[in-house]
Design a protein around this ligand. Sequence first.
Ligand code: ZN
Length: 463
Amino acid sequence: MRRHSRFLAPVVLLAVTACGGGVHGTPGAAGLRDPYFPRLGNGGYDVSHYALDLAYDPDRHRLTGTADITATARKDLSAFDLDLQGLTVRDVTVDGEPAVASRAAHELTVRPHDELPDGSTFRTTVRYFGEPVTITDPDGSEEGWLRTADGALGLGEPTGSMAWFPGNHHPSDKATYDITLTVPQGLQAVSNGELTSERTTSDGRRTTTVWHVPQPMASYVATVAIGKFDIRRGETDSGLPILTAVDPYETEASAKVLARLPEVVDWETETFGAYPFSSTGAIVDREGDAGYALETQNRPVFPGGPDLGTLVHEMAHQWYGDSVTPKSWRDMWLNEGFATYAEWLWDEEHGGDTAQQAFDAQYARPAGADVWAFPPADPPSAAHISDTPVYVRGAMVLQKIRQTIGGAKFLTLLRSWASDHKYGNAGTDDFTAYVEQRNPGKEQALAGVWKDWLRGDGKPDSP
Ligand SMILES: [Zn+2]
């Protein structure tokens, strides 16, 4: 994401779970105890694959969906929860058998006909419909299902994906996806991953596209963009496929910057290591359709043609955020600090200020400036996860590491952190231990960086 604060306060919920006759398992937890969103995600199972079949009619603002969710039980389960906000559930089956479903706030509790033994893989099918909701964060920014001038945009950070499909909506449970989208003839639908088929429905009135996401994806970087788009394909110099979808109103504003997308991705590949996904690209909707850019997997979403810095930032998230994903929303600085640092490094290597100059300019800000409001590893509440310290002071932490271990080792660190945690999850403690292990003799100096820059309150005494 680029410089917008967009987080939802925790919702108080009623847990609705009960044991069926003859069932020995217990219900899965209704949340994963995220420090900022304790009820987000669900316990007792891991999802490995989502097959989503969605039809949307912008004129009627009606979404009809079927979600096939393949998961593995992590304990003997009598019941489990999925996160779903709004919409009406038509029915739920587990392994083909009708299941009992009940709802409270964003928890959809499913009680399968038969107990699910620990370690078993099971398939849950949820059929649902209705008017998908937009979730407005405390700061006024919006996510979930956004109606646009000519369609809709599904955006998910941090809680919005539950507005368009049921799932385990916490970044720690990543899965592969197949996303099938049916929209009225004349409109296009774009999602993550690879476009594997496109056909017109038998009545000739609708178009169906199928998108395959073969690498694990956190649900908050899943996206759907529906509307009129100029869709173009190409590839980078290194042969990576590109698919861009640009609202015709934005073609002129984005042509120049999108022409540099291959160069940006190839530079980031040289700098951060192998590109983690099977394609890249961008979705440019109309300015005002969303209040921010978001690093949706494979192809980030931009509200209007982005500037070059924003393009560099969102593409860097493909490594830091999308491939290496935070364990919890407290680890957000591992996304935003790295993406901000990518902008500094781009400038440094393209004739602009060095990262040290960018750091110095920030350090010159007075003690009362927003950048010193709180330590990047410990935002005071969910409403502040996207504030300046997470981005800028997060990047300053990286520059302090560079000062401490040296430039060559620092560049190696950027690459190995991404490759060693590829497709996984990592938290702040994982990161600090990783840096220390790879830099013997520097532990004490690094401990000072963590204390003053990563975890300490206020402006550090010296740069
Ligand atoms: Zn970002």
